[in-house]
Write a protein that binds this ligand. Sequence first.
Ligand SMILES: Nc1ncnc2c1ncn2[C@@H]1O[C@H](COP(=O)(O)OP(=O)(O)OP(=O)(O)O)[C@@H](O)[C@H]1O
Length: 277
Amino acid sequence: MKRAVKALNRISVQQLAFSYNGRDMVFENFSAEFSGGPTAIIGQNGAGKTTLVKLIKGLLKPDKGRILINGIPAGSMTVRDLAKTVGLVFQNPNDQIFKPSVLEEVTFGPKIIGFSGEKAERSAKEALEMLGISHLKHENPYDLNLSQRKLVSIASILSMDPDILIFDEPTMGQDYEGREIIKRTIRHLRERGKLVLAILHDMDFVAENFDRAVVMHEGKIIADGHPREVFAREEIVAQAGLELPNAVKLGKRLGLKDIFLTKNELIRYLKERTSGR
Ligand SMILES: Nc1ncnc2c1ncn2[C@@H]1O[C@H](COP(=O)(O)OP(=O)(O)OP(=O)(O)O)[C@@H](O)[C@H]1O
């Protein structure tokens, strides 16, 4: 008997044009494909990153072109179907959170998209556990600090169990522990076959956790590849005003030709080189 194979989650952006005011074009004939491992969208302020993810999420409508979500034109999907398929965690959690308790907040989304009360609660509790904030479930989100509130906003999207998750600046305001939690969450989502996109200004986090970096500049993609390839391209790094990851900077300062994405990679290389002498 044939086993059903779940198709890869995929976003296909085709010949997109978009302007906020009908004059200044953010995108003109912009195309991109997203599937597979976690993808970071990077580039200077104003490059069009947030506009792109809002278009994908259906919060903005393209002037021209179309966006296919798992083969289906986003424009033809109901708000509920789109919410079930694509979850967007906003940069600022205050734009997303409005319930008086963490548990209500994280249960709200799953209920809206049709989970039973019991399933919504189970899913919410799993998400809170994943993000290490189960102990906060009875708190009012607005009594929490910004980094905890950000984790609540991530949990409230995770609990809907969408196929595609988009994070706008997930590590902003997070300390070491928060970054570790987000790192684990991305790994967990990837293992479950979810498509993860994240807008990031934190290049260390990109280097450590992403398979692909898409560099945007003035509404265009100017580089697209594994972070090791992208950070090796000095002209791209300069054009997009990117800060290099610390391990890459250190490797360069040591005069090494190869690109080391993490401190561990660099240390391993230096140890091998020393022991091989
Ligand atoms: N609500 C809006 N109304 C009008 N113009 C906007 C609006 N939001 C963004 N823009 C403009 O659209 C362009 C792309 O902005 P966008 O926020 O998508 O960039 P970004 O790469 O996400 O930047 P950041 O890293 O600061 O979030 C910029 O020129 C910006 O000024």
